[in-house]
Ligand binder design. Structure first.
Ligand SMILES: Cc1ncc(COP(=O)(O)O)c(C=O)c1O
Length: 404
């Protein structure tokens, strides 16, 4: 049996069909400089060389799908990515390597490769490059891990609501933690100001005017996951829908941009899912990507609590996304419990708060006939979901699910 949401929760779901989507057309040439399968190959080649690289699983959840009323559910489970607990391990750490490699090349006036830096051939140079980032948890952990691996000092900025366990995990990789008042967007601005004053290197997962190159590399890193998905899909039912959760939009860009490039005009229908407490992409559809959503309540979906759209991500998402959906926080805990319980045929999955947003949205749509019809969701739909994190904060997970 699938979770049943209350009438109030279902009434709180927001949906907007994208008026600017270029549905059922080939991947636009104009987007390939931001992201394409070809232009992200370098990132995949590099990350595949990292110690402990291994593919994460794509689970089939047929019992759950039947309980919800759809044909099949495919869940890409990122809980074990490099031992960091989230897909973000692929982005921030790769950005660090990419940025440090370019900086050393420029300081020495010679071409240095990412492999050289990864193999520790420039310890004196890397020790002089401080990398900094703002985070709600997972990105900062990835940057701190990358900085430790590649030998550079690291400072991570967190806002008031980032949990102690998530901060401890960042400090465990040797980073200096800087706690600031305000929300995620305030931590991004504090980090930018201090970096400018001190000559530090910002390694952000979100882009803004004048800062586009590195977030593009983070998205390139995430395509490691999407390439694995495409390989695994060869033996599965054709995917009709992809529900992908979003904070600033980098993950959705990597997933949907890559899949659009791969499937071309036959691509699946793409839906973005955000918290109703932070629907910045949903708002961008109407107001444009510069519109800032002022967050009043931090969502339990900590990784998605983001009021500002990544500008470079929007360039891909605007023509790409079919549907924007926002869901209330109360839908999250029951869906985490459902995945954590499993069934006769579906294995148990430890999924964190931000990981289950897509599944919660699918369930909500199937319990709102108007939304199921609008998204063309029915018993023959096969839905791809991105399980973007495991129990990245075990205490929060335990409090929400009851066990770990
Ligand atoms: C677990 C998890 N899922 C999804 C996201 C959303 O990614 P993005 O901000 O690139 O949209 C994040 C962002 O931090 C995250 O930590």
């Amino acid at each position: 049996m699938a979770v049943t949401f209350s009438d109030e929760a279902l009434a709180a779901v927001l949906h907007r069909a994208n008026r600017n989507v270029q549905a059922r057309s080939a991947y636009p040439e104009s987007l390939t400089s931001i992201l394409s399968i070809a232009t992200t190959q370098e990132a995949r080649d590099e990350i595949h060389q990292w110690d402990a690289y291994s593919e994460t699983p794509l689970h089939e959840l047929r019992d759950l799908a039947a309980g919800i009323g759809v044909g099949n559910i495919l869940y890409k489970d990122e809980a074990d990515r490099f031992g960091l607990g989230a897909f973000k391990a692929l982005g921030g750490a790769y950005e660090v390597l990419w940025a440090v490699t370019r900086e050393i090349s420029s300081r020495l006036g010679e071409t240095v490769t990412m492999e050289d830096v990864r193999l520790g051939k420039y310890p004196t140079e890397t020790a002089k490059i401080t990398v900094v980032s703002a985070t709600d948890g997972n990105h900062g952990k990835s940057v701190a891990w990358g900085a430790q691996n590649f030998g550079c000092p690291c400072r991570i900025y967190v806002h008031a609501e980032v949990s102690k366990a998530r901060c401890d995990a960042i400090e465990a990789f040797g980073a200096t933690l800087v706690r600031i008042d305000g929300d995620y967007d305030d931590s991004v601005h504090a980090c930018a100001d201090e970096a400018a004053a001190n000559g530090w290197f910002i390694v952000s997962d979100t882009s803004y005017p004048g800062y586009m190159d590195l977030p593009r590399q983070a998205m390139a890193g995430y395509t490691v996951m999407v390439e694995e998905i495409v390989r695994a899909l060869e033996s599965k039912d054709p995917v009709s829908h992809v529900f992908v959760q979003a904070g600033c939009g980098g993950l959705a860009t990597a997933v949907c941009g890559y899949l659009w490039d791969h499937f071309s005009a036959d691509r699946p229908r793409f839906a973005i899912v955000e918290p109703t407490f932070a629907p910045c992409l949903y708002n961008a559809e109407e107001l444009g990507p510069e519109a800032v959503f002022a967050i009043e309540h931090e969502s339990v979906m900590a990784g998605l609590s983001c009021g500002e759209v990544s500008q470079i991500a929007w360039e891909v998402l605007e023509p790409c996304i079919d549907d924007f959906i926002a869901i209330p926080d109360e839908m999250i805990a029951p869906v985490m419990r459902q995945l954590g319980t499993g069934s006769d045929n579906d294995q148990k999955i430890v999924a964190g708060e931000s990981a289950v947003a897509g599944l919660a949205a699918v369930i909500a749509c199937m319990q709102r006939p108007d939304l199921a019809a609008a998204l063309d969701l029915n018993a023959s739909s096969t839905i791809l979901l991105i399980g973007s994190e495991g129990a990245t904060d075990p205490d929060i997970y335990q409090a929400m699910v009851g066990s770990l």
